[in-house]
Design a protein around this ligand. Structure first.
Ligand code: SF4
Length: 442
């Protein structure tokens, strides 16, 4: 956990010798707390102080990378319990379990469907991340399925097997993709740690309680395996949430390095709604990787949407570039609508304009990502700003009229806007859903 300037000061020699370039040890401590200077600048630090300071500068939850290239998944490195305290940094990875006792054609069909699970929402692409191959048969079949997956998917891999021979063969053919190895337990820790080290891949550590998990991660760290992912096995949803919350609290609040790793949740329920409900719960608290069975669009889209919302920086609303957007085959007679650059607002307006089938221009005004009423109240969506946007984006050069449609909620600014912009202002509907009929009757 990061130390305060005063905590750091207590560890310094307090001689104010100035060799670090600061006039006092306290000034140096304050600069260290802000991470604007390195601890090497003080040549008089004791070994103990160095160790504590170095440990405090490490992220409390280790960043783990699975896969390579553009589909690599990075999880961990989280610094807060609640997103409003700062933000969550690395969206949890979503993966799908493929059983190796399915036939090749069934597996290929599944992979084809998984490859299509890509969605655009409020201007961002939502992707799935992993394929987890689960062994039910022998080592040969497990390796065949790993090969099949490698040939038909570019997503990251999770290898789920307790069979050392199967894992070794699978790692031989997939090591370049840096798969996640599942899993080291109390019984097989030595063998799995050797595999993880030999192939340089991250390793899942499984134990049913936090004490067991903590002991195992320490043992694996001592054996030189540092890239770990934590798993507390199959439990009720309430028990899992308890585990996950305690793991994160231990890592962030108690600086417990033995639990400072990302968390894995394996969700396998026969009832698809139950599976989605559990996975959604774990997205909110505090799973970093979730493996599920269901690959239906309704299941995946709902989870990816939730993930997008949870992992959006609460201090920086999703926003689009402020500019003029043509929708459809616009002409110089096309209507012009003004709105804000908050993604959700823009895409809602866009959807309704598209639904109207009337080619139009949308002028997205820079409101720092605020929605219409919020921006208006915060004086970010004002007659001056809208008039500026019309000039800046050269709207007059694109249309042969000067009629501007504004959202019904800000009708109050229409007179002032007409004065400031020289455009005739038409008050549109309050809700975006009214746009199609409004445009048709314009
Ligand atoms: S070099 Fe070390 S002991 Fe000297 S002032 Fe800087 S922090 Fe203090």
């Amino acid at each position: 956990m990061a130390l305060s300037g005063l905590d750091i000061y207590k560890l310094l020699p307090k001689t104010n010798c100035r060799e670090c370039g600061f006039v006092t040890c306290l000034a140096f401590a304050m600069a260290l707390a802000k991470k604007s200077v390195s601890i090497d600048k003080c040549p008089y630090l004791s070994q103990d102080a160095k160790r504590v300071l170095e440990a405090s500068s490490l992220p409390p939850i280790k960043l783990i990378t699975i896969g390579e290239g553009e589909n690599k998944l990075e999880v961990g490195n989280e610094t807060v319990m609640f997103r409003h305290e700062e933000k969550f940094h690395h969206p949890c990875g979503l993966g799908f379990i493929i059983e190796d006792n399915l036939g090749d054609s069934q597996i290929k069909q599944k992979l084809e469907k998984i490859n299509q699970l890509k969605f655009e929402r409020v201007g961002q692409i939502l992707n799935v991340n992993l394929i987890a191959i689960h062994q039910n048969k022998d080592a040969k079949r497990f390796t065949e399925v790993v090969k099949l997956v490698l040939n038909n998917s570019s997503l990251g891999l999770v290898l789920m097997s307790d069979d050392l021979e199967a894992q070794t063969q699978a790692l031989e053919i997939s090591k370049i993709k840096k798969p996640l190895l599942y899993h080291a337990t109390q019984e097989n820790a030595a063998e799995f740690s050797k595999l993880a080290k030999d192939f340089n891949v991250p390793l899942v550590v499984s134990a049913s309680d936090l004490e067991g998990l903590s002991a195992l991660t320490k043992e694996l760290n001592n054996q030189g395996v540092g890239d770990l992912v934590l798993d507390t096995g199959k439990k009720s949803i309430a028990d899992k949430i308890w585990d996950f919350t305690q793991i994160r609290r231990q890592a962030l609040k108690k600086s417990n390095r033995s639990l400072g790793f990302p968390i894995l949740a394996v969700v396998q329920e026969d009832e698809p709604y139950e599976e989605v409900m559990q996975a959604a719960t774990y997205i909110t608290k505090y799973a970093n990787i979730i493996l599920i069975q269901g690959i239906e669009t309704w299941q995946v889209l709902s989870l990816l949407t939730l993930r997008q919302n949870i992992y959006t920086d609460p201090q920086k609303p999703l926003q689009i570039e402020p500019k003029i957007y043509p929708v459809g085959q616009v002409t110089d007679k096309s209507p012009v609508l003004a709105t804000t650059n908050f993604s959700l607002t823009y895409y809602t307006v866009l959807g309704e304009v598209e639904a109207s089938k009337i080619p139009s221009y949308i002028v997205s005004v820079d409101t720092e990502g605020m929605s219409v009423l919020t921006a208006w109240a915060a004086e970010k969506f004002t007659p001056e700003k809208i008039a500026d946007a019309l000039n800046k984006f050269g709207v007059k050069e694109k249309v042969a009229h000067t009629r501007l449609i504004i959202p019904g909620y800000v009708a109050v600014m229409s007179g002032d806007l007409e004065e400031k912009s020289g455009w005739q202002v038409v008050v549109g509907p309050k809700e975006a859903s009214g746009i199609p009929s409004f445009l048709k009757n314009l």
